[in-house]
Design a protein around this ligand. Structure first.
Ligand SMILES: [Zn+2]
Ligand SMILES: [Zn+2]
Length: 313
């Protein structure tokens, strides 16, 4: 098992694509995690994650030395950025957390972002969740990783430090010597949209139900693609993405099938294809396939610890 801070850092870095620095202190008997987007010498803010009596989680935005211009810029964000901030706040509530977000020492009304001031000279954010389930020492880091990624998303949605990849094809695999491509778009790869979609929908494929952690164990933890249901080319300029209705988690197989035509198939169309054609066939064939594959794998597994070097070719 990885040390606590590394676990949290890995989760955040895979979700946001920017580097983080995580440290841990102890308050009483419980850990406190300090999470900062890495920006050596010019730290912008820290999220403090603490626990009380093994049941209460508390997260707090702490401004750092270089936060003044960062907070000023938060007040001037686009409509889309504000809607994403609102979506994060709502996702926190939906998961049973209480939050308070304030600018210039006044509450920000989540239902009326157009009434927010634009000149911000202070920003405060606090989130509490009770109860949280601490049943082992390792639970602290797991819970901190899950919840800090939502809180980090809330703050970063009003920041300008999350990269958005330029539009490009993602090479998905080879088939008969030719490249098979899945065309993802910048909405699907925007880490904040992606993460919001997953906070709302979870990590199982919305088409076939595939859950990578259930199927592959730990290496499948938090693995899934995100698909934009309505093609971006059909959206008007200034369209504000709605991570609840516009994006869905899909496994790479279903994702590839969605993109077999352009514009893509709808999720319902692929569900129907699975239902009438492939699904029952798949399950009929599974037992024999598993037998064939499982035997050599078991052998391999037995030998692995002893002669692991022989397996590298
Ligand atoms: Zn699927
Ligand atoms: Zn897609």
């Amino acid at each position: 098992m990885l040390p606590d801070g590394i676990e949290i850092r890995k989760v955040l870095e895979s979700e946001f694509d920017i580097p983080f620095t995580v440290s841990k202190t102890i308050d009483g008997r419980e850990p406190v995690f300090w999470i900062t987007p890495t920006n050596p010498g010019k730290e912008l803010f820290t999220l403090k994650i603490s626990f009380q009596n093994r049941v209460r989680l508390r997260m707090e935005f702490i401004p750092e030395k270089y936060s003044v211009s960062f907070i000023q810029a938060m007040g001037h964000r686009s409509e889309e950025a504000k809607m994403r901030f609102v979506a994060y706040a709502k996702a926190l509530s939906a998961k049973g957390a209480k939050y308070s977000v304030r600018a210039n020492s006044k509450d920000l009304n989540i239902d009326a972002p157009n009434e927010w001031p634009t000149e911000w000279n202070s920003f405060e954010a606090r989130v509490t969740k009770m109860p949280v389930n601490i049943d082992a020492e390792s639970s602290y880091a797991d819970i901190a990783a899950d919840w800090s990624s939502l809180m980090m998303g809330l703050v970063l949605s009003l920041a300008d430090i999350v990269p958005i990849d330029p539009e490009e094809d993602v090479i998905q695999g080879r088939e008969e010597g030719s490249l098979q491509r899945v065309t993802t778009n910048r909405y699907e790869r925007n880490p904040l949209n992606r993460q919001l979609c997953l906070a709302i929908h979870g990590y199982a494929c919305k088409i076939c139900g595939m859950d990578f952690e259930k199927t592959y164990g730990e290496i499948g933890h938090r693995f899934i693609h995100v698909h934009h249901i309505v093609p971006v080319s059909q959206l008007g300029a200034g369209y504000v993405i709605d991570p609840l209705n516009d994006l869905i988690p899909v496994c790479p197989n279903c994702h590839a099938m969605l993109h077999r035509k352009n514009p893509p198939y709808s999720p319902d169309e692929i569900r129907e294809v699975l239902r009438v054609h492939n699904y029952s066939m798949y399950y009929k064939n599974v037992p024999s396939q598993i037998k064939k594959v499982a035997e050599p794998e078991t052998e391999y597994g037995k030998k692995e610890g002893v002669v692991s070097n022989n397996n590298r070719r």
